[in-house]
Design a protein around this ligand. Structure first.
Ligand SMILES: Cc1ncc(COP(=O)(O)O)c(C=O)c1O
Length: 442
């Protein structure tokens, strides 16, 4: 009996003992292709020697120095590198240890900015339904994932939600993409006006929705229209790229593709690629100056912010992505993955949608392709797919509640950036078998 308090204590877990490229090997020698990168984390696979060596070097030299006394070379270099490639105006980096911490920091930063500016009335955060921003209380409060929030509702700060940009389900048949984007921007504007324009601090959104709805990209123009609404009312735009950023979509920052720059941008997961836990908040110069010119410091902090070894790992991850020209591979392999899935499922009665960007791909399952009716939630189709895939040596990230937090099923794929064309073929083949196996048991 394990003394570890596992995520799902009733489930017995194999012991992972080694990594080999895109595979994880368990103690019986069984190999699993990691087609979800854990949860969109392991972008370089599980045995990148350059990153391992960088960690060893930093640990030997200096593993950790508290950030109230020192800065370190890897933290400085990593921040320079992230800023050099960042969207316009994001010029400062606040390091944390993961995604939820990045969101907490982003929320507090937005709030402190308005306090410094003399607008202390700005306290509301607006986010979207069917979103996920993390499991700490602030992040859970702004997230729009109904089942994750439910047990903790009495503990959550007030947050407001508008519709997601989920074209497959929310775009009307008689509506163009532009009209759909405009309707959503109008809805945000209405929400800001309803709350009182001078009481709203920020709008928070995942650039590409991850775990909650399964790699849902925004329609073109959506974020440009959202940016315009935010600017009209002095509301900050916080983009959460914890899952979709750091190359996952084929762009280092996913919002590059949307032609917008947020005021605050959060990253984690692929930043350290699983070699070290690390996240970061990129901050506009305007916000930084308001804080430094006001109180003089951000009233926040954790023991491990700017951890030297974590920064050294993330810095090497960034170098490998550039040196090995992995972003073009993400685009090419992503096209291949979506293309194969669309071809395979062109007439399948239970695959409603194949979507995504780069190597961030979602497959939505439906009981009826015409009406888009989902399967009965009690069947737990997503869990069956996960089991079937696992048995076939394939790790994917299926989830239920795709439609509204209760019903709907999807599979999220986020394979490593180092995947070859043959790896993608194998992933599609094993996934198709797993989906068939799960559907047969329904
Ligand atoms: C978009 C998004 N934001 C925030 C988080 C929270 O990150 P973490 O689990 O590292 O706290 C996640 C994790 O899945 C995420 O996908």
């Amino acid at each position: 009996m394990s003394t570890v308090f596992h995520r799902s204590p009733k489930q017995s877990l194999p012991i992972a003992v080694a990594g080999d490229g895109i595979e994880i090997i368990d103690s019986t020698g069984k190999r699993y292709i990691d087609a979800s990168g854990g949860a969109a984390v392991s972008c370089l696979g599980h045995s990148n020697q350059r990153v391992i060596d960088a960690i060893k070097r930093q640990a030997q030299q200096l593993p950790y120095a508290h950030t109230s006394f020192f800065t370190t070379q890897p933290a400085e270099e990593l921040a320079d590198r992230l800023v050099a490639a960042a969207p316009q105006g994001l010029e400062h980096v606040y390091f944390v240890s993961g995604g939820s911490e990045a969101i907490e920091a982003a929320l507090k930063l937005a709030r402190q900015y308005f306090v410094e500016k003399g607008e202390p009335g700005r306290r509301h955060f607006i986010a979207r339904r069917q979103s996920y921003h993390g499991n700490t209380l602030g992040a859970l409060a702004i997230g729009g994932n109904a089942w994750r929030r439910e047990p903790f509702l009495p503990m959550l700060i007030e947050a407001h939600h508008v519709s997601p940009c989920y074209a497959y389900r929310e775009q009307r048949a008689d509506e163009t993409e532009t009209e759909f984007a405009q309707r959503l921007a109008d809805e945000l504007e209405q929400k800001i006006l309803e709350l009182g324009a001078d009481s709203v601090a920020a709008f928070v959104a995942e650039t590409v929705v991850g775990a909650t709805a399964g790699a849902v990209p925004p329609v073109r123009e959506y974020f440009r229209k959202i940016r315009a609404v935010c600017d009209r009312y002095g509301v900050l735009l916080i983009l959460d790229e914890i899952m979709s950023g750091m190359g996952r979509t084929g762009y280092l920052y996913a919002c590059e593709e949307d032609g917008v720059a947020p005021d605050i941008l959060t990253i984690a997961k692929g930043l350290g690629a699983g070699y070290q836990p690390i996240g970061a908040v990129l901050v506009s110069d305007r916000i930084y100056r308001a804080i430094v010119g006001g109180t003089g410091f951000f009233q926040h902090g954790h023991t491990y912010i700017g951890h030297a070894t974590a920064c050294a790992a993330a810095l090497e991850v960034q170098r490998v992505i550039a040196d090995d020209k992995l972003l073009p591979n993400v685009l090419a392999r992503g096209e291949q993955l979506r293309g194969l899935l669309r071809e395979h499922y062109a007439k399948h009665p239970h695959i409603g949608d194949v979507r995504g960007r780069g190597l961030f791909v979602g497959v939505e399952l439906v009981s009826d392709r015409e009406t888009k009716a989902p399967f009965d939630a009690s069947l737990k189709l997503h869990a069956a797919i996960r089991r079937e895939a696992f048995a076939r040596g394939l790790l994917v990230y299926p989830m239920g509640g795709t439609v509204d937090g209760k019903i709907g099923d999807h599979v999220l794929l986020a394979p490593p950036f180092i995947c070859t064309a043959r790896d993608i073929d194998e992933i599609v083949s094993r996934l198709a078998d797993a989906i068939d196996g799960a559907l047969a048991a329904m």
